[in-house]
Design a protein around this ligand. Structure first.
Ligand SMILES: *[C@@H]1O[C@H](CO)[C@@H](O)[C@H](O)[C@H]1NC(C)=O
Ligand SMILES: *[C@@H]1O[C@H](CO)[C@@H](O)[C@H](O)[C@H]1NC(C)=O
Length: 234
């Protein structure tokens, strides 16, 4: 595949070939939803660059993924993003669907924090947060997509799964819910960008625009609900 955008990615041969608009996944759909749940700019601990933000926790798709998909992908899959020019700015491919920095990277930089490590890169530091975003992820769970009328071609990395990772991560990193709440008070939690792939996969499945439009309320509601989860579970 050429390196021009949008990038065509072929999935594992046992799966249906699928095109994922890496990078462009959702910009085509004007649904850029970045919900900042907790930003404490006052007395956060471990504050950097005067922002008081000690950590960033992030959910999303290819626009935010800093390396989860390539960790998870079977050998031979998603080869495109494993090679230059992807990661040119870093001098090596990082798993980002970009040759350079993502929005999440600029946010981290501005807050004086290191770049966010992907959650699935288990051996890295998560002292300043973790990134649960996976390229190709949908907002809605595959099982809920189209009420079962349309099956997701390959990804199961929906918000539901990412939220479970987030919860498991916080529970295993901190001793008590009280500690988690304290941490979140000085953290930035980003939900998104996500949702574009829900429409992408429907369109790839030859749904027409009016059918895809019918998905919007459920997709948006799923994202809204996801933003509430951290404050509900901890
Ligand atoms: C994990 O990190 C430690 C310390 O940097 C290193 O010794 C070890 O080889 C790493 N393990 C893996 C699986 O990369
Ligand atoms: C979209 O698809 C539905 C279901 O197949 C069909 O009923 C409808 O007429 C189509 N709409 C357009 C604009 O093609």
């Amino acid at each position: 595949p050429s390196s021009s955008s949008p990038v065509e990615i072929r999935t594992h041969s046992s799966l249906r070939p699928t095109t994922v608009f890496c990078m462009a996944s959702s910009t085509a759909f004007l649904l850029l939803l970045v919900a900042a749940l907790h930003v404490c700019c006052c007395r956060g601990q471990g504050g950097h660059a005067g922002t008081g933000v000690a950590a960033i926790y992030s959910l999303g798709d290819s626009i935010t993924d800093t390396g989860n998909l390539v960790k998870e992908a079977p050998p031979g899959a998603f080869e495109t993003i494993k090679h230059l020019p992807y990661g040119l700015t870093f001098g090596r491919p990082t798993g980002r669907c970009s040759d350079g920095l993502l929005m999440i990277d600029f946010l981290a930089q501005d807050m004086g924090l290191p770049f966010l490590n992907p959650y699935l890169a288990m051996n890295r530091s998560f002292d300043h947060g973790a990134n649960f975003a996976v390229a190709g992820a949908t907002a809605m769970d595959p099982a809920d997509q189209f009420n079962g009328r349309f099956s997701m071609p390959f990804t199961a990395n929906s918000l539901k799964l990412q939220l479970r990772w987030f919860k498991d991560f916080m529970k295993s990193t901190f001793n008590t819910d009280e500690e988690i709440r304290k941490r979140l008070q000085s953290s930035l939690v980003l939900v998104g960008e996500i949702g574009g792939n829900d429409y992408n996969f429907a369109l790839f499945g030859n749904k027409n625009v009016s059918e895809v439009e019918k998905l919007i309320p459920a997709v948006v509601q799923t994202i809204i609900d996801a933003t509430k989860v951290p404050s509900q579970v901890f």
